[in-house]
Design a binder for this molecule. Sequence first.
Ligand code: SAH
Length: 362
Amino acid sequence: MSTNRLDLANLERAELETALDERGHKRFHARQIFQWVYRRGVTDVGAMTDLSRDLRAALADEFTVTTPTVVARERSTDGTEKFLLQLADGRQIESVFIPDTPSMTFCLSTQVGCAMACAFCLTGKMGLVRNLTAGEIAGQVRVLAGALGLRDRKFNIVLMGMGEPLHNYDETMRALRILSDEHGFAMSPRRMTLSTVGVLPALDRMAHERIMPNLAISLHAPTDTLRGELVPLNRKYGVAEIIDACKRFPQTKRSRITFEYVLLAGVNDAPDDARKLAKLLSGVKSKVNLIPLNAAPGIPFEPPSDAVIDRFAQILAERGLVVSVRKSRGRDIRAACGQLMVEGQKRPPGQVLAAAINENLR
Ligand code: SAH
């Protein structure tokens, strides 16, 4: 068996066609292979029975399909399920299944850890360990859809797990193209949402992509002073620049950019913050998603009371904004927003990339 087999989990169909061609096979087999891998969950080339025996033998020698393995699976009382997945190099990530929102939603990771170090996020405490490959990002969908029996169902994906998707731009976009392939999962980009702290050059680049997911911006504060405290990257790309980028972001008639706003008691939840936020978003086709903080040990904040949350939402609504308050799902299994952290993979402080970034931004 050849030792340097090509991992077709990382390939878009057009790339697989080229790879087949280069090895003397017919390009159209890429379609069959995509159907086996994505629609039926078959990764053993030997079992792809509509390919000839000889071809299967050749392909098994030339290609491999790497798939994350499920190490643990936990189910919340609300039906949310958290999957701990192991990658080929032994690193671990988490993916979350959130049922009935009203659709089925998979929350995917794009990095092992994260370099952004947002003040209230547990993943940020890990620092960045490494980027995920496209195969590992799309592979989370293969694994969850298979484990949950949802291969033939419509589902959504949100890139809101571990990591900053626009800090791993190429692999993330490649994964979205793989997931949208008509011979694979055939996902509509409307069922995909990319959430970002606002990595500006990447955000502008995304405006030219063929497969364009819905956009969610993790804003969390209406001013640079406050946002800079919560989201270190804001010291590089400020609030006004991000809003400008949103204004020029191509949108369909019906789409709106979601602005996520984690509510922290006594920090960013004052009526004046709500008024400033409404003013800031006045020229943007937006909706605001208020996320009461999911508290966790080591996170120095608390969520506001329901009364404060309601008042904040009210002020935005009165000013004509579309507002929702995110219901926390899976908190009992630490699967809620910002609670994903793989123990034992935390890096010693000296190595935390995020810390280095903070230094640069100061
Ligand atoms: N890096 C991307 C995507 C991952 S986080 C981003 O920041 O957008 C997905 C969402 O969960 C973000 O809006 C993030 O700010 C939010 N979040 C992080 N920690 C949280 C916490 N402790 N409680 C509630 N939401 C949190």
